[in-house]
Design a protein around this ligand. Structure first.
Ligand SMILES: *Cc1c(COP(=O)(O)O)cnc(C)c1O
Length: 360
C-alpha cells in the first residue's frame, strides 16, 4: 500500500490512525455485530457514538453550555440559506463581509431571504486582504453579521475575532474549524462542512447560541429548523450516521494529540515552512497580505503558468496529489489541514526547491 500526500481542499486527507480504526471496526463495531453504517440511529449503540462525538467536540472547542451543537446535512452551502431562515428573527437586514469566493456565495444565497448589507469588501485589494474591522459599516437594524473566517479558495484567514457587540457574529468555519482554539462565546453561530478538517462529506456541524433558536421563518423546512433539530438531538430525521462516527474518531484523535492549542502550534509550523519557501523564491508567489494568510490553504502561482503542468507532474511523481489551484483562480493550492503531517509539507517544500533549481 502506498498513500500519497493528499493536498486536496476537500474532501481532504484524514489521519491514518482514524482510517485504520474505521477499517478495524468496519464489519463489527465493538462487539455489536454490525457496522456503524447498518445501525439504527435510534439504537443505543449509535446514540452513544453521537453523544460521545458531541461531548468530545464540546471539550475540544470549550463550547459554553448555552450553545447547541447540531449535526446536520446539506453542507455549508445549505447553511447559507438555513442561517437567514433561522436567524433573521423578524428583521429584514443582515450584514455580510465579502472576503472572497465563499463569502460571495453566502451573500448571493442570503439575498433571497433578506436585504444584504455588504458591510465591507476585499474587492479594492483584489481579495488579497481581509477588510479591517475599522472599515466595517454595519447597519443599525441588522439581524447578524456574517463572515467566512477562512476563505478556502483565496487562501485568506482571519487571524483575529471581530467584535460585534450585541449583534450575533456568524462564521463559516468550514475550512479551518478545529485548526486553532477559538472563543466560541464571541460568536452567535459557527458552521462548517466536515469534509475539510473534521471528517468526511455528509455532515455539517452547527454550533448556535440557544437564544437565537426558535424564531425561524414560517416557511423553513422542519429539517432545517434549528429548534426542531435541537429538540430532537439532531435526529428529527435520519442524521448522516457514518460521517458523525468518523468525525467522532477525528475528535478522539485531536484529543490524543493534545487538543487545539497543540494542533495550532503544529499548523503554525507547517504553514511557516511553506510560506517561507514561497517568500524566499523567485519562482513562486503568494499575493495575500502577510497578516491574513491562511494556515490551512496555501495558494501560490508560478512565475510562468506554462510551468504549472510540469510542476504538477513532478509532484505526482514524488507522491503528492491535488495541488492544482481552484479552477476559478488557477495556480497551485496546498491544503494543509490538521491531518496533513509535517512530513508532507517538508516533501512539498523539497520538491518546490528542487523544481526551482531546474526551472527557476
Ligand atoms: C468547502 C466550503 C464550502 C462548501 O461546503 P459544502 O459542504 O460543499 O456545501 C463552503 N464554505 C467554505 C469556506 C468551504 O471551504
Amino acid at each position: 500500500m502506498t498513500r500519497v500526500f493528499n493536498f486536496s481542499a476537500g474532501p481532504a486527507t484524514l489521519p491514518e490512525e482514524v482510517l485504520r480504526q474505521a477499517a478495524d471496526e468496519l464489519l463489527d463495531w465493538r462487539g455489536s455485530g454490525m457496522s456503524v453504517m447498518e445501525m439504527s440511529h435510534r439504537g443505543k449503540e449509535f446514540i452513544s457514538i453521537a453523544a460521545a462525538a458531541e461531548a468530545d467536540l464540546r471539550e475540544l472547542m470549550a463550547i459554553p453550555a448555552n450553545y447547541k451543537v447540531l449535526f446536520l446535512q446539506g453542507g455549508a452551502l445549505a447553511q447559507n440559506a438555513i442561517v437567514p431562515m433561522n436567524l433573521l428573527r423578524g428583521r429584514t437586514v443582515a450584514d455580510y463581509i465579502d472576503s472572497g469566493d465563499w463569502s460571495k456565495k453566502s451573500i448571493k444565497e442570503a439575498q433571497k431571504y433578506c436585504t444584504v448589507n455588504i458591510a465591507a469588501s476585499g474587492k479594492a485589494t483584489g481579495f488579497t486582504a481581509i477588510p479591517a474591522q475599522s472599515e466595517w459599516r454595519l447597519s443599525k437594524d441588522s439581524a447578524y453579521v456574517h463572515i467566512c473566517s477562512n476563505e478556502t479558495i483565496g487562501g485568506l484567514e482571519y487571524q483575529w475575532t471581530p467584535e460585534t457587540g450585541d449583534l450575533p457574529l456568524v462564521s463559516d468555519m468550514s475550512s479551518h474549524i478545529l485548526s486553532r482554539p477559538v472563543d466560541v462565546s464571541k460568536f452567535g453561530l459557527i458552521y462548517g462542512g466536515a469534509q475539510k478538517n473534521m471528517g468526511i462529506a455528509g455532515l455539517t456541524v452547527v454550533i448556535v447560541r440557544e437564544d437565537l433558536i426558535g424564531q425561524a421563518l414560517p416557511t423553513t423546512p422542519w429539517v432545517f429548523d434549528y429548534k426542531a433539530q435541537s429538540e430532537a438531538e439532531s435526529m428529527y430525521n435520519t442524521p448522516s450516521t457514518y460521517p458523525i462516527y468518523m468525525a467522532g474518531l477525528v475528535f478522539q484523535w485531536l484529543k490524543k494529540g493534545g487538543g487545539l492549542a497543540a494542533m495550532e502550534a503544529r499548523n503554525i509550523a507547517k504553514a511557516k515552512l511553506l510560506y517561507d519557501c514561497i517568500d524566499a523564491s523567485g519562482l513562486y508567489q503568494n499575493k495575500v497580505a502577510k497578516g491574513d494568510r491562511s494556515r490551512m490553504n496555501v495558494v501560490f502561482t508560478l512565475k510562468d503558468d506554462k510551468l504549472d503542468a510540469p510542476f504538477l507532474k513532478a509532484a505526482e511523481a514524488a507522491g503528492m496529489a491535488q495541488l492544482k489551484g481552484h479552477r476559478s483562480v488557477g495556480g497551485m493550492r496546498a491544503s494543509i489541514y490538521n491531518a496533513m503531517p509535517l512530513a508532507g509539507v517538508e516533501a512539498l517544500v523539497a520538491l518546490m526547491r528542487d523544481f526551482e533549481k531546474r526551472h527557476g
